[in-house]
Design a protein around this ligand. Sequence first.
Ligand SMILES: *Cc1c(COP(=O)(O)O)cnc(C)c1O
Length: 387
Amino acid sequence: MEFETEAIHVGDEPNLEVGGTGDINTPIHLSSTFARREVDKPTGGYAYSRTDNPTRHALESKLAAIEGAKHGIAFSSGLAAETSLFLALLKAGDNIVAFDDLYGGTKRLLDKVMAKFGVSVTYVDATNSSNVRKAMRKNTRLVWLETPTNPLLKLCDIRAISSIAHEHGAVVGVDNTFATPYFQRPLELSADVSVYSTTKYINGHSDSIGGAIMLSDETLYEKIKFLQNAAGTLLSAFDSYLVMRGIKTLPLRMREHGLNAVKVAEFLESQSAVSKVRYPGLESHPQHELAKRQMNGFGGMITFEVKGGRRAAMKFLESLRLVSLAEDLGGVKSLAEHPASMTHSEIPRKAREELGISEALIRLSVGLENADDIIMDLKATLKAVGR
Ligand SMILES: *Cc1c(COP(=O)(O)O)cnc(C)c1O
């Protein structure tokens, strides 16, 4: 089956067996526990909803299908997914080699939580794969990548880095939140684990916080499932239903996000008041060739700088009308934010600036409104801030 068909059908097959009700959509199973006939065997296959729940199970089969993976696991947030992977895989004394441009919350988790448990992190500029090779140590158990990165939309070569990591016996995890499996398939590029904040494009409607891990390695799957049950990092049945509903239109939404983003990026590039427009689909993106090779589309995220520094950026964000000033991304509504004071504010200023997260930087999640309306809002706002 093709992506669109799997996104709609897998996990939502009507049950027409005796006793089945033929639901077109898998319902929300709001039961914390499940009665059984025999003491030592759950009669319907389910025992307790922390361990497994029919709605979550249906979502997990859909997640696996759209990734082309053997398994999907749904978590209460993207960070819960990351935490579960890290705790399942790592122990004190282990090392992680990580891309130096990451979602701010991931950095906080690594530096302020994992560090307490004796796990060290070596940050490298993974846009150059040889930096990863140089950083690998004997105790490196995990190579952690994000591509395109949040917020600077840098790319790294998943295939090349996976081959380096595997030579050293390390697992490769890719935070594929920005691209989604529709535009990028980390497992097919030899990574071991794809990780998502489903809060973003996968659910797509800004109404659920969730996360997911997709993978095919049985041993690692068993470890993560065990950890999820032990730590309780699961996604609720209600949210599982929402994410399933979101996935049904993921291909359509991603195509439209991509089309809108190209138009908006080209508009921004044409504006004299705007500098450094970053979008992997633009020829001006330093890794446009890698993007074309590694991705099937470029997504809906753009970052740019407005001339006039922090003050101009603030004024710009506060003057937008159609586009909302908010954290989060990947929903149907366009959102813009200021990474230096919002999503990435916990990274010390100096480190932020070395990475390129300047005070003038604006992150834009291009939604599914008509592109002309989005552009009109941006144009009027640039004019209003006198730029
Ligand atoms: C939002 C985000 C996360 C964290 O996900 P939550 O669902 O907010 O916990 C992780 N990685 C990336 C790239 C994100 O954008």
